[in-house]
Design a protein around this ligand. Structure first.
Ligand SMILES: Cc1cc2nc3c(=O)[nH]c(=O)nc-3n(C[C@H](O)[C@H](O)[C@H](O)COP(=O)(O)O)c2cc1C
Length: 374
């Protein structure tokens, strides 16, 4: 067998939960913007998941808000109430139909939440500092009580994910959302126990991890916990690699199954220093990869590209846009029909690809994101 295929199709066992998956491919978490207004999943989104439930060994959902105050976009699914457990059950059941493992990504948008999606129209964050983007709202700094309630909410979300039949949760600590906002010296200007020094900026993400792990420990069946981070920020002050290596070291001391390093191009170097060209994921893997399995992601499309990442010692590879364009990528690897893999989005295939319209509209207008075939 072509050794690239053999490596991609080799099983992997997560070290803490003992959960096994049958390939090294992970479906990256992707928001479909098509949930119902009450936070339940829509039929269109279920169809989208069904079409991709054999696309990877580990299937990550779109991010789900853990409190209403953390809802970031229109059409986001929720995990903030027991009322949503039946909806979450339907997602888990659809994802698991082919025997692959389903993981719910749990999330709070913080200052990146769209004000119009919030009950009081006011986003919250570590401090009252707006994100650097057009028309960004100045968030309200969270009270100590709100911080503690939000930590509890992540634990409660985990309990609901277990009740819904998921195989795990991924803590969304990346992509500029609330956990990252506490870690970042840009968005966290606090001077209490939740900010100030690097150690105090790590306190909220680590407390969330503890709450999630505590809830996961109550699962009656194996249940995995992963954590997603963004290694750097462009802002000044902003997250720097040196700080990130401390955070990942602290995370590696907890009983977690994986660390997912969110970048748009796996091989790209620093976004802060063009002279520093080493892949951020490789740097993180060098620090903690021996104890905490790493999921690499970002701009990976072909089996050869996946094999190249596996070859540098990253055990798992997530793909997002590629599995939007070709949900049957992995089947083609299994069947040795990789010449049929699609790496462009044919603008006439929305129905075949089962992509809900709110997501589709975004994809076909974002030529900077997608390779479009018109
Ligand atoms: C439409 C879309 C929605 C996304 N939604 C999420 C999300 O809910 N949670 C998350 O952590 N990342 C999200 N991402 C980022 C992806 O998980 C992934 O990291 C990124 O697309 C880079 O990987 P790729 O080049 O394989 O697409 C999203 C990306 C896309 C394209």
């Amino acid at each position: 067998m072509n050794s690239n295929y053999k490596n991609i199709l080799s099983p992997f066992t997560f070290p803490v939960s003992g959960i096994e998956i049958t390939s090294r491919i992970v479906l990256a978490p992707m928001t479909t913007y098509s949930g119902n207004d009450d936070g339940t999943v829509s039929d269109a989104e279920l169809n989208y998941y069904r079409e991709r439930n054999d696309s990877a060994g580990l299937l990550l959902t779109a991010c789900a808000y853990v409190t209403k105050q953390g809802k970031a976009f229109h059409g986001q699914i929720g995990v903030d109430s027991d009322i949503l457990i039946p909806s979450l059950k339907s997602i888990a059941a659809v994802l698991k139909e082919n025997g692959n493992k389903a993981v719910l990504q749990i999330h709070h948008g913080g200052r990146m939440s769209a004000p119009e999606e919030l009950v009081d129209g006011q986003s919250i964050s570590a401090s009252a500092v707006a994100a650097v983007r057009e028309n960004a709202q100045v968030p309200r700094a969270m009270t100590t009580t709100e911080i503690k309630e939000t930590i509890v909410a992540f634990g409660e979300a985990t309990r609901r994910a277990i009740a819904a039949g998921f195989d795990g949760v991924e803590i969304h600590g990346a992509n500029t959302y609330l956990l990252q906002q506490f870690f970042s010296p840009h968005s966290n200007r606090r001077t209490d126990e939740w900010g100030g020094t690097l150690e105090k900026r790590m306190a909220f993400p680590l407390a969330v991890a503890d709450a999630v792990l505590k809830a996961a420990a109550l699962s009656p069946r194996p249940f995995l916990v992963g954590y997603r981070i963004s290694p750097e920020e462009v802002e000044n002050p902003g997250i720097i690699m040196k700080d990130t290596l401390q955070l990942v070291e602290a995370l590696s001391k907890k009983k977690m199954d994986y660390l997912h390093v969110s970048v748009m191009d796996f091989w790209e170097g620093s976004m802060r220093d063009s002279a520093d060209t080493v892949s951020r994921t490789e740097l993180i893997a060098a620090k903690v990869g021996a104890t905490l399995p790493i999921i690499g992601v970002g701009g990976i499309h072909t089996p050869e590209e996946v094999a190249r990442v596996l070859a540098v010692g990253i055990p798992l590879v997530a793909m997002g846009r590629e599995l939007l364009m070709d949900p049957h990528w992995l089947t083609k690897v299994k069947n040795r029909t990789t010449d049929q893999i699609t790496t462009e989005l044919d603008v006439n295939t929305q129905e075949v690809l089962k992509i809900p319209s709110p997501l589709w509209e975004r994809l076909v207008t974002r030529e900077d994101w997608m390779r479009l075939k018109k």
